[in-house]
Design a binder for this molecule. Structure first.
Ligand SMILES: [Fe+2]
Ligand SMILES: [Fe+2]
Length: 205
């Protein structure tokens, strides 16, 4: 599937869910719709941050719209986090409205600036290859609860990172660095990581 078409299709799906959220009368219906929106946005965020945006940076180079887009992802994640925490509270509905407005602004810029540039500069085969990888990653992300990846990514945003990466990739990078530095320390590190299931070393970073 073409990456640009996939992203646009997902933007439309989320916009339709926000519309249903606005029309819904029952609180439980609104909460259910919000949970669907949150899961889709966190999974969409993952495919853009991990696959699409890095490809854009390679093909388009330093691009203002791209840098703004990456920074906006952190703000959208914060809005998802706040709305999720406010479920059942009086603030829930307007926090979802804030989220909707941020997403609308972000989608507009992405569709007017980033996606057309990629359509012009990346070849059809590249867009197809990216699209396949993104769809696979999206489905894997949707199969899991959105809160853990959301929290892990927000922790990186709060620590001042703009280009956030999934913890697994950071763990692999560290392992490669350890291997490159060589010696028994690297092996001992790998052993202790196995013993703790890798969790403690990830949390410490
Ligand atoms: Fe997007
Ligand atoms: Fe985006």
């Amino acid at each position: 599937m073409n990456a640009v078409e996939l992203l646009k299709e997902q933007h439309r799906e989320v916009a339709a869910l926000f519309k249903r959220f606005d029309k819904a009368r029952r609180k439980d219906e609104k909460e259910e719709l919000f949970l669907d929106i949150a899961a889709r946005l966190v999974s969409h965020d993952a495919i853009e941050r991990e696959i699409f945006y890095p490809a854009c940076e390679k093909i388009l180079g330093e691009d203002e719209a791209l840098l703004e887009g990456i920074a906006e992802h952190g703000l959208i994640e914060f809005s998802i986090f706040r709305a999720d925490k406010a479920r059942g509270a009086a603030t829930f509905e307007y926090l979802v409205t804030v989220l909707k407005e941020m997403v609308e602004h972000h989608v507009e810029e992405e569709e007017e600036e980033i996606l057309p540039k990629m359509e012009r500069k990346a070849g059809a085969a590249t867009l197809e290859r990216l699209g396949e990888a993104m769809l696979e990653r999206f489905e894997a992300a949707m199969a899991k609860d959105f809160r853990r990846p959301l929290r892990e990514d927000l922790q990186q945003v709060l620590a001042g990172r703009t280009r956030t990466v999934p913890p697994k990739r950071r763990a692999r990078t560290t392992k490669r660095k350890r291997a490159a530095s060589g010696g028994a320390r690297g092996k001992a590190g790998a052993r202790s990581k196995r013993a703790t299931g890798g969790r403690r070393s990830q949390a410490a970073r």
